[in-house]
Ligand binder design. Structure first.
Ligand code: PLP
Length: 371
């Protein structure tokens, strides 16, 4: 890519920045502006831990900068997961961590790999630094380790992989993650985005944190936005080698996690009961909704097997995903239709409260019956 030398009367953005398709956030309102049951952003329908809310509300001092080192939060995370607190990085959501990885390890001319239906932020993070995105094809919406390895070259500086993945909800096994890592070049950063890992059962653990403890090229990211229900506070954390974390510290914003957010996150981390309740609620209603969708299989509906707090529902019959998206909106539910991510035939629906989950299933049944 060449940058023009011609003079301009206005500041000219970098050409690769103008090649970025802006992130499309999950909506909370209908086309007419009316608030709807929000099943579009994978938030926790049970809210957050009461203890986290108390810690948040109790933090009244807004005049001082937050602890730039997030010391107590790092110590709490280190104790919880048996980590070295010095190797924990924190961010304004894990989104910031994904950007820091690209900012520190990729540049113009480098390649950044992710799967075809990968998390939208990877594309933005790669293009922002002028790197070239390289897409690995999927296998029936799931992550295909061999396909990833087939596009990795000596120019690949980062492989981003969400496990489980968003928007497909699929999970790659521990053995496959280990096989992928073992085959990557040692100088290729493997960013394993575990935004949904707290929704997994212990036997589904992909081994990412163990890998990050011992391997210099693995960076695991986690978030407080999903099961912990602190999305508004924007808190993520990541674990990598000391050298990797040092590089990313150099480019992060100095005070990137708020004081109240740090305190709420510590309380949320320690409220195991709330996390277990959220996981159980999700498992129960995800299974229920998946069965409802399976019952509509003769109308061409199919849910991708999910390891997350959402279902990706494919519409392969008379009712299109677009029609279902609009119909659900009319019925009071906002879901995620993703034509911009190559999924015009699918809706991503967050597992909500019992009432909302039953409601969305009833609305789907009505829609297909009327088709
Ligand atoms: C939601 C999500 C994140 C992170 O969100 P933050 O709120 O920025 O922590 C990261 N990766 C994936 C795959 C997600 O779905």
């Amino acid at each position: 890519m060449t940058v023009s030398n011609e003079t301009s009367s206005v500041p000219v953005p970098k050409p690769w920045v103008m090649g970025i398709a802006p992130y499309v956030p999950g909506r909370a309102t209908g086309d007419d502006g009316r608030p709807l049951a929000k099943l579009s952003a994978n938030e926790n329908p049970l809210g957050c831990s009461a203890k986290a809310r108390e810690a948040f509300v109790a933090e009244a001092d807004m005049s001082r900068y937050p602890d730039p080192g997030a010391t107590l939060l790092r110590e709490a995370l280190a104790a919880e997961y048996d980590l070295d607190p010095a190797r924990i990085l924190y961010g304004t959501g894990s989104d910031e961590l994904l950007h820091l990885a690209a900012g520190a390890f990729a540049a113009h001319g480098d390649e950044v790999v992710y799967v075809r239906y990968g998390f939208a932020v990877y594309d933005i993070a790669a293009r922002r630094v002028g790197a070239t995105p390289v897409i690995a094809p999927d296998k029936d919406y799931g992550t295909d380790v061999d396909a990833i390895l087939s596009v990795v070259t000596p120019r690949t500086k980062i492989v981003y992989l969400a496990n489980p993945n968003n928007p497909t909800s699929t999970l790659v096994s521990r053995d496959e993650i280990a096989r992928l890592h073992a085959a990557l070049p040692k100088d290729c950063l493997f960013v394993l985005d575990q935004a949904y890992s707290e929704y997994l059962e212990p036997e589904q653990d992909d081994g990412g944190l163990e890998l990050a403890k011992s391997q210099d090229n693995v960076f695991v990211t986690r978030t407080f936005s999903k099961i912990y229900g602190l999305a508004a506070e924007r808190i993520g954390w990541g674990y990598g080698s000391a050298a990797m974390i040092d590089a990313m510290h150099r480019i992060r914003a100095p005070f990137n996690v708020t004081t109240a957010g740090q305190k709420a996150a510590i309380a949320a981390l320690h409220d195991h009961e709330f996390v277990a309740m959220s996981r159980a609620h999700n498992a129960k209603w995800r299974t229920w909704l998946a069965e409802e969708v399976a019952a509509l299989g003769n109308h061409g509906l199919r849910a991708v097997p999910s390891a997350t707090n959402f279902l990706l529902i494919l519409f392969e019959g008379d009712v299109t995903a677009e029609r279902a998206y609009k119909g659900l909106m009319e019925a009071g539910y906002i879901t995620r239709w993703l034509p911009g991510q190559g999924l015009p035939n699918a809706l991503r629906i967050t597992i909500g409260t019992e009432e909302d989950t039953r409601g969305v299933a009833a609305a789907l049944r009505t829609l297909v019956a009327g088709a």
